[in-house]
Design a protein around this ligand. Sequence first.
Ligand code: ZN
Length: 416
Amino acid sequence: MKKAKNIMNINNIARAVVAVAIVLVIIAVALTFSRNFGGAASDDEYRSIVVVASGDTLSKLLTEQGFSNAQVLDIAKVLKSDADITSLRANSDKIEFVRADENAPVSKVVIIPSPWKQIEITCNADGQWQCQTIDIKPDTRVVYREGEILDGDSFYLAGGRAGIPDGILAEVYDLLAFEMDFERDVRAGQKFSVLYEENFSNGEKIDNGRILAVQFEALRGNVKMYRFKKADGKTGYYDENGNGAIKSLKRTPINNARVTSSFSNSRKHPVLGYTRAHKGVDFRASTGTPIPAAGAGRVVARGYNNGHGNYVKIRHNASYETLYAHMSRFAKGVVVGTTVKQGQTIGYVGSTGLSTGPHLHYEIIKDGKHVNPMTVKLPAINNLDKKDKERFQEYRKVLDEGVEHLSKHPEWFIQL
Ligand SMILES: [Zn+2]
């Protein structure tokens, strides 16, 4: 069985996917192996595990296990000098005591501060205690989950039903938020899938790893994103054509905000009463909700006018500007000339100017012309160069094959 690896590269996932046909065999062997291994170990030695409770000290726990005062002092000294441990954390640290048999003295103490780290304290032939820190490598498995949006569903509900953990769903949301609007683009019948890592320690799932691939049947077409490591070592997410997942601008600056009025060239104005164009999109949000900059840029206007109320305008590059209106107040330090990062708070939702209630009015201006934030094709800011793109396309095919296999056998996983 392959050892778990922290850093995945194209080669080991390629091998893993080629091996997918024999994954079932590997799983069967792994299960048998771990059962036998566990059994054999407990036949030879007697182990007991104590979870550190509040008020427990190392000396108290060691004394309870039959250590003498001198031994306790020796162990404390070794722990401090070699592992930099002076105290235990209640309800988190575990200590394992190993004996030759139930009545024998403790021959090994293992402090387990996390699933990925152990500190083994043993006594050598001269009666001296020594300690060693051991990093536990996660047993990483790549799993595949797919879901479908039902009537009246949200992406989060459908994802939860598909068994996708919340943290992974939130990452998928952020990753696709540049491509789709989860309020308006999500319809019953749409399917999505995620290929991601799960980390195990001793057969127990501890946490989730990285998302390797994600797919969503959006209204605008099938959106696919893949995690890929470039030749320079940097990792990012890219679509099928090698364009970066992170776009220059966000269609929806405030995550999860509901669209209450969309872009149109003619609409009846709720306050003025007559028909006029709505040059942006309105997002409902409560007063005081932070408004993040949709993209990196420089503040070119900050002020008040009768229509927009308090507003900020950001220039992103030679072509693109964005405008945020009806703010209750501006963020501290955001003035004309301020350089802002994508996601940086520039102001707070309000209802200043011509507005019927708290909301964000958001405009994207391309080459001086207002465009629909929901449909405008936004430029990516982190596309792959020619060489990386070639490698990416090979890698993507391998990942697609993995997805193909796992979609037919959702109970399988790829062992890294
Ligand atoms: Zn508006």
